[in-house]
Design a binder for this molecule. Structure first.
Ligand code: ZN
Length: 374
């Protein structure tokens, strides 16, 4: 049902356009036109000003011909990592490569192409479906800025799929950590180190005591990590150091568990610093919301049923990274990440097996069909 040559042609067309993060304008124009051709009422949102990009996220919606079925959402990001000056695709033994001077751009054009071909298949074959919404984001590779700043009121769907994971199609990522940073400042009192050190309070020593009081660091358990990644303090060897700051990175897919860890860590640090006569300031920065989707939820049920029907090697997995899907979940849309088959991403050796691209497209079609039965 899918048109393999059309998929390869569209992939070649999309990766030929330069699209570094924050300068996705040319790519967005092509995508906008394709959505228009599909009758999907394209819209470019307002994130460009906040992101500092040449264009916003591109949205489209294909109205359903069925009622009372879940509205399905697909997303992929438009930007690619450098060098992405426009890729020349080399086809060899069923595998797509760049010519070695750029990344292939399969991250994430594989996702975009699979979504477009699936939409065409649905329309050409008059397959019954609910509403299908799509969004193609900017600046994913530099902190998921397009997804982060988008207006969540634009989301009109019940279940979501991000086509941006590593591994073979069929693999589904239903957990990814929430990521917070604790920016900690320890304030002591400066004094001359040789003449009157007793008048000072040494913030470096207090910070050391506070850090030593943290009971565990690195991998705390299979889903939780804590890392002290940065420290800075003191002015000169002959001055009792007045100020020392450090940053702790903490990750866990379970919100409440991470909240507890944050509180416990703040407590330990505060006690140690105050016992030494210092003052502590702790700023909690929320960097990325979690993906934590139950395996019995509808979004998972639909994709597993779809991929089993296709005979794909299906599996559920967690990931330690942060991608657009984290932010969509933060905006309230349950979204899992689908593996696209892309390999060696972020290098000029990136490649993509044609068969994986075809499987991914079939999976999107099958997700739409399966959702229509729910
Ligand atoms: Zn990606």
């Amino acid at each position: 049902m899918i048109n393999e040559e059309r998929i390869i042609a569209e992939f070649t067309e999309l990766v030929a356009v330069p699209c570094p993060s924050k300068d996705e304008r040319m790519e967005a124009d092509i995508i906008y036109r394709k959505l228009q051709e599909l009758g999907m009422n394209p819209q470019i949102d307002e994130v460009a000003a906040q992101v500092g990009s040449s264009v916003g996220n591109v949205w489209g919606i294909l109205k359903g011909n069925l009622e009372n079925v879940p509205a399905v959402f697909f997303e992929a990001h438009m930007d690619s990592v450098a060098p992405t000056t426009g890729t020349t695709v080399i086809r060899k033994n069923g595998i797509l490569y760049s010519d070695g001077t750029t990344t292939l751009g399969g991250d994430d054009k594989a996702g975009i192409v699979a979504i477009f071909e699936a939409l065409r298949v649905i329309k050409e074959n008059n397959i019954p479906h609910g509403d299908i919404q799509v969004c193609f984001t900017v600046a994913e590779e530099i902190g998921c800025l397009g997804a982060k700043f988008l207006d969540k009121n634009l989301i009109k769907a019940d279940i979501g799929y991000s086509l941006d994971g590593g591994g073979k199609p069929g693999l589904v990522f239903n957990a990814a950590p929430r990521l917070v940073e604790l920016e900690v400042k320890v304030i002591g009192k400066s004094a001359h180190a040789g003449i009157e050190p007793e008048k000072g309070i040494n913030s470096i020593m207090l910070a050391a005591q506070a850090l030593a009081a943290i009971p565990q660091y690195g991998r705390l358990d299979e889903e939780t990590t804590l890392n002290v990644g940065k420290i800075n303090g003191g002015l000169a060897p002959n001055i009792v150091a007045e100020e020392t700051s450090f940053v702790i990175d903490m990750r866990c897919p379970k919100n409440e568990k991470l909240d507890q860890l944050i509180e416990a860590t703040k407590q330990v640090l505060t006690t140690a610093v105050e016992q030494g006569g210092g003052v502590i300031e702790i700023n909690v920065v929320e960097n990325c919301p979690a993906i934590y989707i139950d395996k019995n939820s509808k979004v998972v049920e639909v994709v597993l049923e779809a991929s089993n029907k296709l005979g794909l090697n299906t599996g559920l997995q967690g990931t330690g990274g942060c991608s657009d899907a984290n932010f969509f979940n933060g905006h309230g849309l349950p979204m899992v990440v689908l593996a696209t088959g892309m390999e060696k991403v972020h290098t000029t050796e990136e490649f993509l097996e044609e068969e994986d691209l075809f499987d991914l497209t079939k999976l999107v079609v099958e997700i739409i069909k399966t959702a229509a039965t729910k």
